[in-house]
Design a protein around this ligand. Structure first.
Ligand SMILES: C[S@@+](CC[C@H](N)C(=O)[O-])C[C@H]1O[C@@H](n2cnc3c(N)ncnc32)[C@H](O)[C@@H]1O
Length: 247
């Protein structure tokens, strides 16, 4: 697949004012629809598959997966209530394929082993997945030969000497703990049994997905304008990690 195909759904969605307005109120960070579409383009997704969308927030990734690929998605999140997502999925007409559910990934998941073809997660895994235990705890839920695909914000390169000076006014210690580089994440995943290949790379949509987020009236987006101006393309990345399960 060519790079120019990787965001066709998102670009079409954003070609109407309704689409733009919908995204403005449902984005919770860099445009998750765009990130999901790019990451999904690296997976062989068939319409009879079942996907766990872990940390789905307001469900932009679930929407993309259902509408573009026709898969069944469990839209699992901690901060956004399943009732809110159910109302949104009904309004979008995808409630038969997108099943909202409340989970805390740090406390274990309420699913059968080998239930999912793909575990998909956008802009959430860095909150709960930084331990050596998390990936091994998730592998059993995915069928052998299935995929765990995660996209997260992080550093282009792990900064030597801590947070760069110009970012310090915006970055709390808690934020900093969640930020790591592609190399750091690949190293963490490499220590895990039960996965075969790891594709770890920076995503092409980094700049555009952040720019789209900053158009949102969400107070968190307004607050992020300062850090994105200070960062100016020098430090941040969106990292894609894809592993194939082997047990
Ligand atoms: C920045 S928001 C991104 C939401 C959505 N994926 C998006 O990109 O628009 C981070 C999401 O991670 C989810 N999250 C954080 N910790 C979690 C946990 N322990 N279990 C499940 N979800 C979690 C939150 O509920 C929140 O919706």
């Amino acid at each position: 697949m060519h790079t120019f195909d990787r965001h066709a759904f998102t670009d079409k969605f954003r070609s109407t004012q309704n689409g733009i307005d919908f995204l403005k109120v449902t984005m919770m960070g860099p445009n998750a629809m765009r990130i999901s579409e790019e990451m999904a383009s690296y997976l062989d997704i068939q319409n009879d598959m079942c996907v766990l969308d872990l940390g789905c927030g307001c469900g932009l990734s679930s929407l993309l997966l259902v509408q573009k690929y026709g898969v069944r998605v469990f839209a699992a999140d901690l901060w956004i209530s399943p009732t809110e997502n159910y109302e949104r999925f009904k309004a979008l007409g995808i409630e038969d394929k997108a099943i909202p559910i409340s989970v805390d990934a740090a406390k274990g998941l309420p699913f059968a082993n080998a239930y999912f073809d793909i575990l998909f997660s956008v802009d959430a895994y860095h909150y709960f997945g930084r331990t050596t235990e998390m990936l091994p705890s998730l592998i059993p839920y995915v069928k052998k030969g299935g995929y765990i695909a995660v996209a997260i914000p992080g550093w282009q390169k792990e900064p030597e000497g801590g947070i760069p000076q110009e970012l310090k006014p915006f970055f709390s210690e808690a934020d900093a703990e969640t930020f790591h580089s592609t190399v750091w994440w690949k190293n963490l995943w490499s220590k895990t049994d039960g996965i075969e290949t790891i594709d770890a790379q920076e995503m092409a949509c980094c700049k555009q997905s952040w720019e789209e987020w900053l158009t949102s009236p969400n107070p968190y987006a307004t607050a992020d304008r300062g850090i994105m101006e200070a960062e100016n393309g020098k430090y941040f990345s969106i990292i894609q990690l894809i592993a194939k399960t082997s047990k």
